[in-house]
Structure formats: structure tokens, C-alpha cells
Design a protein around this ligand. Structure first.
Ligand code: NI
Ligand code: MN
Length: 227
């Protein structure tokens, strides 16, 4: 059994696992790097890491169209309920739940989480998925933090890390994160969407491969990686 990750540009991605489609941070409308349109997005579950517009994106419309369950922190789930999205599953930092596709835990992230209308969005999170006897860590928007070492102790098969700088870890801190996490495979995201977060993914990948011994998969928007 495989876990397939498709990067749609910026922080939007699809994780296909156990017959389920997990759409993560589905920002398509207004995303210059988007590989697909909001109308083309498919989802059984929609994972929202924090309240910022480049992560909530088109999630309300996609949830209503697909009937997908939104998974996010308690505050963001409440906000989706108020937007008319009935199916939500609130969790919170450090808490996991066993879904049909696997065990999903919300992890720490150093970032903000205000929602697009200014509502309070609780604390931002990353996601740690345990499924198919594999572990996948989506750091989502975050700065570097030392407790990534604890997440790495879980034995990661794949880590998806932001490298764009300015709003999240930049290349140098993301390289330090790779050393703390010790994931076998790494995919960089949250870069090259705008000039402000332009980075050389290939050069970063070569450095990380040399320093952390990881296999780095520098995807183009729309490309997939199977684990
Ligand atoms: Ni953000
Ligand atoms: Mn962001």
C-alpha cells in the first residue's frame, strides 16, 4: 500500500491514503502557483493547518460541493460551521484521532492563525499522519523549533517542509529542521508562489540530501510522490 502526495502549489496538497483523499490547505483561487482549480479539487477530508487565507483558501466552497469533513483545530472548525459547513472534526494540538484512513495528530507550529474575516483561529498546527505502517509529517506554516526533534523521534518516512522564508522557515532553518526530523524523504513547499518567497528548491534539496541524508523530492506544482 502506498501513500501518494500530490503538491498543487504553495501549501496545497492532496494525500491519498487508504482509499481516502485528504486535501490539505486548498488555496487555488488567487494562487498564482495553483496546479488545479478549486472546482477540480476532490476531497473526502479537508485538513486546515491555520486560519490564514492562503490555507483556508477555497475550503468552504470545496467542503460544500464535496461533502468532505473538515479537520482542523476547534476554533477553525467552529468558523467553518458558521460558514455553513456542517461536517467538521475538531482536534487540538497534541491530540490524535483514528480515522478510517489512519491516525492523525495535530502538532505544534510557530505561526499565526487569524481567519480571513479577522475571527480568532486558535493556534496553528502541523499534521502527523500514521497510516499504512508509515509516518508522514506536514510541518505546514512554521518557524524552526527544537521540539521538531520529538516529532523526528516518531520515525518519519516523509516530512513536508516550508522553505519560502519571510512567512515561514527559510532554506537555512528548513535545513536545520531536516536534521532534527531525520525523515527518510522530504518535500519542500510554501515557496515560489510569489517573488517574496522565491527560493531555489533544487539547490536546497541537494544541500539537504548531503547534510541530512534524506531523499529530497523537489516537485513541480501538480507533480506527485508516492511513498
Ligand atoms: Ni500562514
Ligand atoms: Mn502560508
Amino acid at each position: 500500500m502506498t501513500i501518494k502526495l500530490t503538491w498543487y502549489g504553495h501549501a496545497a496538497m492532496l494525500v491519498e491514503v487508504g482509499g481516502a483523499k485528504l486535501l490539505v490547505d486548498p488555496f487555488f483561487t488567487g494562487n498564482p502557483a495553483a496546479a488545479i482549480s478549486a472546482e477540480a479539487a476532490q476531497a473526502d477530508y479537508i485538513l486546515i493547518s491555520h486560519g490564514h487565507g492562503d490555507h483556508v483558501g477555497d475550503a468552504v466552497a470545496i467542503a460544500k460541493r464535496t461533502g468532505a469533513t473538515v479537520i482542523a483545530n476547534f476554533e477553525i472548525c467552529n468558523w467553518f460551521n458558521m460558514q455553513g459547513v456542517a461536517k467538521t472534526h475538531p482536534q487540538h494540538l497534541g491530540g490524535g484521532f483514528t480515522y478510517p484512513f489512519g491516525y492523525l495528530k495535530l502538532t505544534l507550529a510557530l505561526h499565526g492563525s487569524a481567519l480571513p474575516d479577522g475571527s480568532y483561529g486558535g493556534n496553528p498546527c502541523g499534521f502527523l499522519l500514521t497510516a499504512e505502517a508509515k509516518k508522514v509529517y506536514l510541518a505546514c506554516d512554521t518557524g524552526l523549533f527544537g521540539d521538531m526533534r520529538l516529532i523526528g523521534e516518531e520515525g518519519l518516512d516523509l516530512a513536508v517542509l516550508p522553505i519560502g522564508d519571510n512567512f515561514t522557515m527559510g532554506p537555512a532553518d528548513a535545513r536545520r529542521a531536516a536534521k532534527l526530523l531525520q525523515a527518510k524523504h522530504i518535500v519542500p513547499v510554501h515557496y515560489n508562489t510569489w517573488d517574496l518567497i522565491a527560493q531555489d528548491g533544487q539547490a536546497w534539496g541537494a544541500q539537504v540530501a548531503a547534510e541530512a541524508g534524506a531523499q529530497v523530492h523537489v516537485l513541480k506544482a501538480g507533480e506527485a510522490f508516492s511513498l
